[in-house]
Design a protein around this ligand. Structure first.
Ligand SMILES: Nc1ncnc2c1ncn2[C@@H]1O[C@H](COP(=O)(O)OP(=O)(O)OP(=O)(O)O)[C@@H](O)[C@H]1O
Ligand SMILES: [Mg+2]
Length: 463
């Protein structure tokens, strides 16, 4: 074996490589992000064909989907697509203190409920005593959870070989380093190489491969620290989101080789750990919003869809004449360009002289409206505050608004109607076409089909 060494400069933000140091990365434009790394290239002798892997007939490959390991955390299983696939690598990223270590400890506890399963929890950040403290809080009782406070990759791999656990948890990948690389722990090169080495290690195993959960820190821009290539290496990428100061947390998959990326999991942080939220709509609308008799101006409840799950959320709008040359447009939870489009529709098709007004728009709990089905609700909330006329309580509004002011159909109308009925709403206003299709058998909620924005405003009495 022949070894050659060469020095490279790597951008710690995006992974761009260069032979010389640069002040500004030409790829991601970040300043002072290049760090020197020494790469050792090993030229191996050509492998003989006898040890190379052989092709296998697709029909002869055993199906591993049946072997999926449910984590018994309902919300997580839903996001994963049924459970952890054996031999897969899952990357979990999230803000500091959001609950990554808590969630993984709860997974470890649930997996080891089964007799022959064991978990190796590697922490590069906390001492064994600190992990024990957390496990007490989470009431972890099961045996077969091995704790390892270690930072060196080679030692961790040796322990995986010795213990042969069904699941390995690495908390966090930024704290792990390989002795074979000269760069410091947490640098792009270390993070990438350590992940790749773990992948090589578990794919080497022939029969029962351990699954791996890797915790990754995120950068100040919200991406997992380390280059995008890290997300290519792993099978599943999960982001843990939510405000640290609010109780609920949202788990979202941005990549899933074994399931949909549309599903989200909603948790509440309690002193006994993360608890799945069964009825998320209750979190995002003010309490008993449906039944309240006090009418609020500029507030609308929208039945949105996250994956296959309907969630009711409340938007609040506030409009007032502007005293500046450029009226302000401030939104939380809605794309500002979508707002501009809706304002233009209200101005052109509904006769509202709204261009000289400051507009503020909020969604409840900071949840984002990611689908166009929220358009009509937002437009009605703005019209309500502009006209200073309240919208009657118990009404939910849904529909996509086109540039001509017409209402386009939305998907999964049946789910939305059912959720509104379940939460005590007595009327739902939505696209005429989908309403007619789904109207059968919905006796406990009145469905009103409309075709244009002005028709919706007419029905609401805020035209
Ligand atoms: N006794 C408690 N009661 C309620 N919540 C608690 C309690 N102790 C800790 N927490 C919550 O757990 C969170 C910390 O969880 P955890 O350590 O799992 O976060 P983390 O994402 O692993 O953080 P880091 O990135 O720092 O490792 C705290 O922010 C807090 O919200
Ligand atoms: Mg942690």
């Amino acid at each position: 074996m022949k070894q050659t060494k060469r020095s490279l400069f790597v951008c710690q933000n995006c992974g761009q490589e260069n032979a010389k140091w640069l002040g500004r990365c030409p790829s991601c434009n970040s300043w002072n992000s290049f760090v020197e790394e020494i790469r050792t290239k090993t030229k191996e002798s050509k492998r003989s064909s006898s040890i190379a892997t052989q092709p296998v007939l697709l029909s002869k490959v055993p199906l591993i989907d049946k072997l999926r390991q449910p984590t018994r955390i309902k919300e997580l299983d839903q996001v994963l697509g049924g459970g952890i696939v054996p031999g897969s690598i899952i990357l979990i990223g999230g803000e500091p203190g959001i609950g990554k270590s808590t969630l993984t400890m709860q997974i470890a506890n649930n997996i080891t409920e089964e007799k022959d399963k064991s978990v190796l929890y590697v922490s590069g950040e906390e001492s064994i005593e600190q992990i024990k403290l957390r496990s007490e809080r989470l009431a972890v009782k099961n045996e077969n959870i091995y704790l390892l406070a270690e930072n060196e990759l080679e030692n961790i791999l040796a322990q995986i070989d010795a213990i042969k656990p069904s699941l390995v948890i690495i908390d966090s990948i930024q704290a792990i380093y390989s002795d074979n690389l000269s760069s410091s722990p947490g640098s792009v090169g270390q993070v990438r190489e350590c992940t790749a080495e773990i992948l090589r290690r578990i794919k080497r195993e022939q029969d029962v491969r351990p699954s791996v959960i890797i915790i990754g820190h995120i950068t100040k821009f919200g991406a997992i620290a380390g280059p995008k290539t890290l997300e290519h290496i792993v099978d599943v990428v999960l982001y843990f989101e939510g405000d640290k100061f609010q109780q609920y947390r949202v788990l979202r998959a941005t990549k899933n080789r074994f399931g949909s990326t549309q599903e989200i999991g909603i948790f509440e942080m309690s002193d006994s750990g993360l608890v799945g939220v069964d009825s998320p709509s209750l979190l995002f609308i003010s309490h008993a919003r449906a039944k309240t008799t006090t009418k609020t101006v500029g507030s609308v409840v929208i039945p949105t869809i996250e994956g296959t799950r309907p969630i009711l959320l409340e938007v609040q709008a506030l409009a007032a004449p502007s005293y500046f040359n450029y009226p302000q447009r401030v939104t939380t939870g809605l794309d500002i360009r979508r707002l501009a489009m809706l304002l233009c529709v209200l101005e052109r098709h509904c006769g509202m002289n709204i261009g000289n007004h400051d507009i503020f728009l909020n969604t409840s709990g900071g949840l984002k409206i990611t689908e166009p089905g929220g358009d009509l609700g937002v437009a009605c909330a703005i019209a309500s505050t502009y006209r200073n006329k309240p919208i009657a309580s118990g009404i939910a509004i849904v529909g996509e608004v086109s540039l001509s002011g017409e209402i386009r159909p939305v998907v999964q109308m049946k789910n939305r109607i059912n959720e509104c009925a379940k939460m005590g709403f007595n009327q739902i206003i939505g696209p005429d076409y989908t309403m007619k299709k789904e109207i059968k058998g919905k006796a406990n909620i009145k469905t009103i089909g409309i075709t244009t924005v002005s028709e919706a405003l007419e029905v609401l009495g805020i035209r």
